[in-house]
Structures are given as structure tokens and as C-alpha cells.
Design a binder for this molecule. Structure first.
Ligand SMILES: [Zn+2]
Length: 717
């Protein structure tokens, strides 16, 4: 989307962040593509939608409309940018900064719908368009940020920003726009610019190379088993998939393929200890075997290159560069967040290990339990102490009831909003539902689309996005969607959810609330266009209401009898939340700290051994528990070497600290009340990125966020 090109894309980040919660699956193409070559004259994306609130005209958009509309959008946008850069008038806020906000309307409109469809309802035509457009969009961004005439005007406004009579939001906008240019290298000498461009190009090809090597190494790391007896403990479905994988690889037997994390799902079930250890070793040593797929040389070069890039741009290290525009602001702040949690998390992990060891002893195991044994024995502890029978729980979580009497109910109690379903707007799939969102005084705030069920044209996970952004300049209200991947019931049957699904529904609606309460003037600062260590805060915060007694009692009723859920079952759900949190928190902290350690290296650092560096870093941060390896080791840490999370893996945790701390404030002030909701809406949910978020949070909370409520919730205290 457009915002991704100019600032950071909170929507894309929200997508990837939510993707972390759920396993990905491959989207399969469907056959709804329309024939290519339709005349551009009737391209429904070229003009603003005539529907209420500019809702996308899905009844008229053809798959072949997107690419030409986006290409035309880039052309128009560049022409508008050219006119701003070449304006003979002296630069002003209105003719430069605000004009840039107004530019690119077609590109933005087409991209928002395109990105929604390529994730939620794709097909070969859209996939082909994506491939063609990706490099063109990257070039488009460069053409804007490397335009010296445009930058000169932005800088002129920035330099006088204190004497122009700007309001707080306008000043923030000027600073964001200026920073985006500076972070792209606009202030550098020509020689340094040339070096930066070279480093960027090298970084881009190295991250691609990392991805390719890792994929090959992960495939090569799959463990082949030829003796079925060794697979005791695996269920029929897993066995069938392993047999299928072996066949596809042209091998006899069962092929256990590696997942992206250190721990592997099969380790929770396999009884054969030697096989468990073999699989864990395959996972941890992937891409580190000294062959063509070894990523370690690539990592060393990437770390060095990023440190040099940061140095060119005036930072001590890459972490300082990457975190400067995040809520944490500095690597020290991010480190403190993680370090403060290490003692409690590792203490809890050690206690969990002791219980696992006790099970091993009781069963006459005669060995010290390690990382390869953890899930197998933890699963036995879980079954004994927390066992939750899905089949028992689901009848109390009927989708429509959870939605209306849970998710919407909590929002009404807190914020006074109501949602009313409408059926007159076109949708892109018959499962999609549309709601008008009204404020307490009856004014319409937003339009909300819900796309609940899994299907082959949808990627895995759950996410939120905008079809139309809240834009005070253009006068548009937000048109928002939530996409989930719930199992679709047979015709005539109710959709019964797991508690995980219920939590996801609350989570995504939390993003929706962040979008629909937005009241900024400038679209690039609106709604969820916030840093990645803040964007998951409103969504994770909203999850808390799922188990809030007043809300839970309102929606968790048997779909046939209307009876409330029995107390014992509710207690099991509550208790299960703290299961294995010592392990989960420690493996996450270890990976986050490892990410920061790599990106805190100065440009002149000499690191020659990836494994030794990793070992020292984990020891330095006191997260070197043999039984709890990092969630990702350096050699297969795709978030930081292949994706956009370099020095940013901590962000999930940063947002989690905020959501628990904010919920604590609600608890301290009477919980689910309109008064509390009003404060939270005004001070957090409506401001987008129109001001500094750390100070906005401080104003809301009366103090800086504390990690204590999170530790309590995870049972780490
Ligand atoms: Zn999310």
C-alpha cells in the first residue's frame, strides 16, 4: 500500500505480527479470474467508488483491473510529486507536506483493495500482478525519496517548523516526512549516497540469498524414518502427511519436515528419545553444515553491512538506526524491557524443567531431560494439570454469539458503539459480512467487514486492514476488514469456535477499533499507521475482555440450551493460560536478545564465528539455558536476516508489556466502564501516530509502562 512506500506500513506489520500467532498455510489459487485484456475504460478502480463511504465496488472490479490501475496510480502520483518539487512558490507546509499527503489518491485506493485481495482471496491473475508490480513499487519509492528538489523543499519546511504556527499533528507530520528522507540517506554527500545505494542493493540480494539457502537447508534437514516403530506416538494424520512427504521426495518411509522454529511439533508426541534428539539437532544445525546452504557467511556479511549503513547514516549501530523511529526509541530501552523479564522467565523455566524431570524419574527414565524432551514431558504435565477438552468447550463458543454478545458487546460497554449488519454492499466472497458502526450519538464512525472462514484462496493466520483509510483531508471515514481462518461448518450447522479462535476474534477487532476510532487530519498518521512495537498493543489489549467475567458470561452460552459454561471448564481455560510460559517466554527473550546483540555491533567489530558469537551473547544476557534454546538460532532467524524485523523481534513483547499494563489501569479504575473506555479511546485509540506515542501512553497511564502486569499474567511472578 501507499503508506508502506512513504512511511512505515502498520498494516503490513500488523499482518506479519498477526501471522506470528498462527501457522501459515499456502494459498491455493481458485478459478474466479476474469479474462485478461478487458478495456481500461471501464476499470472500476480508476474513479473513486460511488458506493456509500467509498466501499470497494466488488461487483464491478475485475482481477485484471488492479495492475493497470496501480500502474496508472504510480504515474499520477509521480506527476503530482513532480509538481510539488518544481513548484515556483517558496516551500510551505501546505504546498509541500500537506500536498504530499493529498497526492497518490488512485495509487492508495487501488493498493489497499489489491493488498486485501492478494491475502484474503487470491488467484493466479492477482499473483502474477503482484510479481510484476513489486519491483515497480520499490522503484517508485526510490524515485520519491531520492528526489533532491523534493527533499530541499521538505527540509526547508522542517527547518522552520517551529515558526510556522503549526499544530502538534502538523509538526509531527513534518518530522515524520523529513525523517523518512533522512533515513533513506537524503542528507548524505554524493559519495556516501552512492555507497549507501550499493549497500542497500547488496543487503537486498543477501537477504534474498539467505531466504533461498534457508529454504533449501530446511528442506534438506527433514528427517527420514524407515522403521515405523520409531514413530510411536504420532497420530494418523501426522503419519499420513509424513508418508506423503517421503513419497513426494522420492523416498521410502516417513519424512519429518522441519518447521521454522527451533522446537518441532512432533517432539511433543514422539516416544523414541533418540529420534527426538536427532530431529532437534537437525532443526538447530540447519543452514550451518558447511555446505552450499550454510547461511553463516551471509549473516556475518549482513551484520557488518548493516553496521556500516548505520554508521553512514550517523548512528552507533544498526539497532540504534532501526529503533529510532519506534516507540522504544533506543536499543537501551528495548534491552531493558527484555532484561527486566529474564530473571523471572528463566526462574520459571527452571521450575518447569524440574517438574518435567520429576515425570522422567517417575517413569524410570534415568536421564536428564533436555530441549528435545521438553515438549514430550510438558505435554504429560499439561494433560494431568490443565487438560482442556476442545470438544467440551466449543458448544459454548458459537461464532455469531461470540461476535455479537462478546466482541461487539464489550465494545459497546466500553466505548458506546453499536454495529448493525447491512446486506446491500457488494462483497468479494459470499462468506463476507458487512456492518455499519455507529457512535453513541448515532453518527456513523466506520464500515466493518468480517471474513471469518478458511478457504483455499486465503492465506493462513488472521489480520486486519483498511479498504479506505480515515483521512481528515479527504473527509473519508475508515472502511475496515477483519480476516480470520475459522473452520467453516457444514451447511445448516453452527460455527463452533475454540477458545483460541475466540481470542483471535477479540484480537482482530482490537485492531479494528484502533482503525475506526482514528481522528487524525493526515492519512499517513491515521489509525494503525504506527510503529511495530505499538501496533499490536490495541489488539492484544482487546483480548483481555474475552475472559472478563461480565463479558464472558454474556457470550459463553451453550448454542443449543443457552446454559452458561460450567465453572470447572471456565477455570481450566483460565489456568491453561500460564502453562509452559517459562519456556515460551525464555525462548522468545533469547531470540530477541540475540537479534539485538547482532545489531548492536559497531561498524569496526570483528566477528568471525557465528556460533561463538551466539554462545557469548546468550551467556551475556543470562538466557543460555541448555534445555531452552532460542526460538530461532542465528543460522535460521528469518525475521532478522530475511525479513523486515532486524533489531525488531522485541516488538511483539514491547506491545505485550503495554497491553497488560493498560489492562491493569482498567482493573485499578473499575474495569469495564464507559468512563474508562472514553479515556482509552481519546488518549490512545483515536490518535494514530499524530504525536509521540511514549508520551501519549504516559499521559494515559500517569506513568511509564511496567513489565509487572505481564509477568503476573504469564504466571512468572
Ligand atoms: Zn495483531
Amino acid at each position: 500500500m501507499l503508506r508502506k512506500l512513504l512511511l512505515s506500513s502498520a498494516i503490513a506489520l500488523a499482518l506479519s505480527a498477526c501471522g506470528e500467532r498462527t501457522a501459515n498455510e499456502n494459498a491455493m489459487p481458485d478459478s474466479s479470474a476474469t479474462p485478461a485484456g478487458a478495456a481500461q475504460g471501464d476499470n472500476a478502480l480508476l474513479a473513486p467508488s460511488p458506493l456509500p463511504f467509498q466501499a470497494p465496488p466488488f461487483d464491478r472490479i475485475r482481477d485484471t483491473d488492479y495492475q493497470p490501475a496501480i500502474e496508472e496510480g504510480m504515474r499520477q502520483h509521480l506527476a503530482e510529486i513532480r509538481a510539488i518539487a518544481d513548484n515556483p512558490e517558496p516551500p510551505s507546509f501546505a504546498n509541500t507536506i500537506e500536498a504530499m499527503e493529498r497526492a497518490g489518491a488512485l495509487l492508495s485506493r487501488a493498493m489497499l483493495v489489491f493488498e486485501a485481495m492478494t491475502s484474503a482471496h487470491t488467484n493466479p491473475t492477482l499473483q502474477a500482478a503482484e510479481e510484476v508490480l513489486a519491483p515497480k513499487l520499490a522503484e517508485h519509492s526510490d524515485a520519491i525519496h531520492l528526489d533532491p528538489a523534493l527533499f530541499a523543499r521538505v527540509k526547508a519546511v522542517y527547518d522552520q517548523r517551529d515558526s510556522l504556527g503549526l499544530d502538534a499533528e502538523q509538526k509531527t507530520l513534518v518530522e515524520h516526512r523529513y525523517d523518512a528522507f533522512v533515513r533513506a540517506g537524503a542528507l548524505l554527500s554524493d559519495a556516501d549516497k552512492a555507497e549507501l545505494r550499493k549497500l542497500n542493493a547488496e543487503e537486498s540480494s543477501l537477504t534474498t540469498a539467505f531466504g533461498a539457502k534457508l529454504l533449501a537447508a530446511t528442506n534438506a534437514g527433514a528427517v527420514l524414518v524407515t522403521d515405523k516403530a520409531r514413530l510411536e506416538g504420532l497420530d494418523e494424520g501426522t503419519l499420513a502427511a509424513a508418508a506423503e512427504a517421503a513419497k513426494a521426495a522420492g523416498k521410502e518411509g516417513w519424512l519429518l519436515e522441519l518447521q521454522n522454529t527451533t522446537q518441532q511439533p512432533v517432539l511433543g508426541k514422539l516416544k523414541d528419545r533418540a529420534l527426538r534428539e536427532e530431529i532437534l539437532a537437525a532443526s538447530m544445525n540447519r543452514a550451518a553444515r558447511g555446505d552450499d546452504n550454510d547461511t553463516r557467511a551471509t549473516i556475518l556479511r549482513l551484520a557488518k553491512l548493516r553496521a556500516r549503513k548505520a554508521q553512514l547514516l550517523g548512528f552507533d549501530n544498526y539497532a540504534a538506526y532501526a529503533i529510532a523511529d519506534q516507540m522504544a526509541g533506543t536499543p537501551e530501552a528495548a534491552l531493558k524491557l527484555l532484561n527486566d523479564t529474564v530473571p523471572a522467565a528463566t526462574a520459571r523455566a527452571r521450575a518447569e524443567l524440574a517438574r518435567i524431570q520429576a515425570v522422567v524419574e517417575r517413569q524410570g527414565g534415568g536421564f536428564s531431560a533436555g530441549a528435545a524432551d521438553w515438549d514430550f514431558y510438558a505435554e504429560q504435565v499439561r494433560q494431568a494439570e490443565y487438560d482442556l477438552d476442545e470438544a467440551q468447550v466449543r458448544p459454548y463458543f458459537e461464532l455469531d454469539r461470540v461476535l455479537r454478545d462478546g466482541v461487539f458487546y464489550a465494545a459497546q460497554e466500553l466505548y458506546g458503539i453499536t454495529l448493525k449488519e447491512r446486506t446491500d454492499l457488494p462483497v468479494y466472497h459470499p462468506d463476507v459480512r458487512v456492518f455499519d458502526v455507529f457512535d453513541a450519538d448515532g453518527t456513523q464512525l466506520a464500515v466493518f467487514y468480517l471474513d471469518p472462514f478458511k478457504r483455499p484462496s486465503k492465506r493462513g493466520g488472521a489480520w486486519m486492514g483498511n479498504f479506505v483509510e480515515q483521512d481528515g483531508l479527504a473527509g473519508t471515514i475508515p472502511v475496515i476488514y477483519n480476516v480470520e481462518n475459522f473452520t467453516k461448518p457444514a451447511p445448516g450447522q453452527p460455527a463452533l469456535l475454540s477458545f483460541d479462535d475466540v481470542t483471535t476474534l477479540f484480537h482482530e477487532f482490537g485492531h479494528a477499533l484502533h482503525g475506526l476510532f482514528s481522528r487524525t487530519t493526515y492519512p499517513s498518521l491515521s489509525g494503525t499507521n504506527v510503529p511495530r512495537d505499538f501496533v499490536e498493543f490495541p489488539s492484544q489489549f482487546n483480548e483481555h475482555w474475552a475472559l472478563y467475567p461480565q463479558v464472558f458470561a454474556n457470550y459463553a452460552r451453550h448454542y443449543q440450551t443457552g446454559e452458561p459454561m460450567p465453572k470447572e471448564l471456565v477455570e481450566k481455560i483460565v489456568r491453561a493460560r500460564t502453562f509452559n510460559q517459562g519456556y515460551a517466554t525464555t525462548e522468545y527473550l533469547a531470540a530477541s536478545l540475540l537479534d539485538l546483540a547482532w545489531h548492536l555491533l559497531p561498524a569496526d567489530a570483528r566477528v568471525e564465528d557465528v556460533d561463538a558469537f551466539e554462545k557469548q551473547a546468550l551467556a551475556r544476557y543470562k538466557v543460555d539455558l541448555a534445555a531452552v534454546p532460542p526460538r530461532y538460532r542465528s543460522n535460521y532467524f528469518a525475521h532478522v536476516w530475511g525479513g523486515g524485523y532486524a533489531a525488531g523481534y522485541y516488538a511483539y513483547f514491547g506491545a505485550e508489556v503495554l497491553d497488560h499494563d493498560a489492562f491493569k489501569w482498567f482493573e485499578e479504575n473499575g474495569g469495564l466502564t464507559r468512563e474508562n473506555g472514553k479515556v482509552f479511546r481519546e488518549k490512545i485509540l483515536s490518535i494514530g501516530h499524530s504525536r509521540d506515542l511514549a508520551s501519549a501512553y504516559r499521559e494515559f497511564r500517569g506513568k511509564d509502562p511496567s513489565v509487572e502486569p505481564l509477568l503476573e499474567f504469564r504466571g512468572l511472578k
